[in-house]
Design a protein around this ligand. Structure first.
Ligand code: NAP
Length: 283
């Protein structure tokens, strides 16, 4: 029987890749994107190839009405078999330079909106004994300096999903966290940087971190993102054991180091990143 998956943030990057991979595997895909039907041109090729198996729906995770409207629409349909909470973005910069507004927006998209949407779709997932996958990050396990708000949003997602996976066990709904390393998606260009004021203590370190990120982005440029979409399909179809799934050699290496190094040493290494960014860029 044909299965249906709802993918949030399917307008680019991992979400769009997942959309292509699920369609290629015969799934029906509901893409939830900001702007709904106005984003049709983005999916023109896929709509032409799979006219009966792709549907574009409106979702803005910062807007409760939009979440509610999507949930109500889906309530009138056969229950979905999978929900992929993929939409998200990064708020980077020093804690002292972060505005209340940008912090709240970060949590709204990456955590609160994602939580609320899931909450509303859980009855359907329980009915279908479906799968819930939320895209976290390697920084949802190990945080880095100057990314506190983003790390906090992903740590929140991880704690919530860990609890939820146990909560849903009796209903045979399987839960997964996908923890990618760095990939060349829209993530880098849509980063919201907390810009330090001239008098900020973090001007040099923020500048240094921005330069470092650009370097890493250039290095990741040729990396294919298809494995991420393929991994999502594989998790939903094979339903392996284990909540957390890493993807990307940098994520695997970071997780390994985090496991084998004593916690104090790991923390010293990460702190040294900050020290060196600050030193090198204040010259
Ligand atoms: N790329 C990486 O290196 C990396 C690494 C680890 C984790 N991740 C995670 O992977 C997930 C996907 O990101 P990506 O790398 O594929 O980046 P991306 O290409 O920028 O895609 C992000 C998606 O989230 C959507 N989105 C942003 N704000 C939204 C909102 N308020 N409501 C609904 N949708 C919203 C965007 O929609 P619009 O087109 O409307 O902006 C876009 O479709 C994110 O959760 C990110 O944190 C990425």
């Amino acid at each position: 029987m044909q299965k249906t998956v709802l993918i949030t943030g399917a307008s680019s990057g991992f979400g769009l890749s997942a959309c292509e991979e699920f369609l290629a595997k015969g799934w029906k895909v509901l893409v939830a994107v900001r702007g709904g039907q106005t984003r049709i041109p983005l999916f023109a090729g896929l709509l032409a190839k799979y006219p009966d198996r792709i549907e574009i729906l409106e979702l803005d995770l910062t807007d409760r009405k939009s979440i509610e409207a999507l949930a109500q629409l889906l309530d009138t349909r056969a229950p979905i078999d999978g929900l992929i909470n993929n939409a998200g973005y990064g708020l980077f910069g020093a804690t002292e330079d972060t505005t209340d507004e940008s912090l709240r927006r970060q949590m709204e998209v990456n955590f609160f909106g994602t939580f609320t949407l899931t909450q509303k779709l859980l009855p359907a997932l329980r009915k279908s004994r479906g799968v819930l996958l939320t895209v976290s990050s390697i920084v949802g396990r190990h945080s880095l300096p100057l990314t506190g708000a983003y790390c906090a949003s992903k740590f929140a997602v991880e704690g919530w999903m860990e609890s939820l996976s146990a909560e849903l066990k009796p209903y045979q709904v399987d839960c997964y966290l996908l923890e990618p390393g760095g990939y060349p998606t829209g993530f880098g260009t849509s980063l919201d940087w907390s810009q330090p004021a001239e008098a900020s203590a973090y001007v040099a370190a923020t500048k240094g971190y921005q330069i470092l990120r650009e370097k890493i982005s250039r290095r990741n440029q040729g990396k294919s993102i298809s494995p991420v979409g393929q991994k999502m399909v594989s998790l939903l179809e094979k339903r392996p054991k284990g909540l957390r799934h890493l993807i990307g050699s940098d994520a695997v290496m970071t997780a390994l180091l985090g496991k084998i190094l004593p916690a104090n040493l790991w923390h010293r290494i990460v702190s040294n990143i900050m020290n060196s960014l600050q030193r090198r860029n204040s010259l």
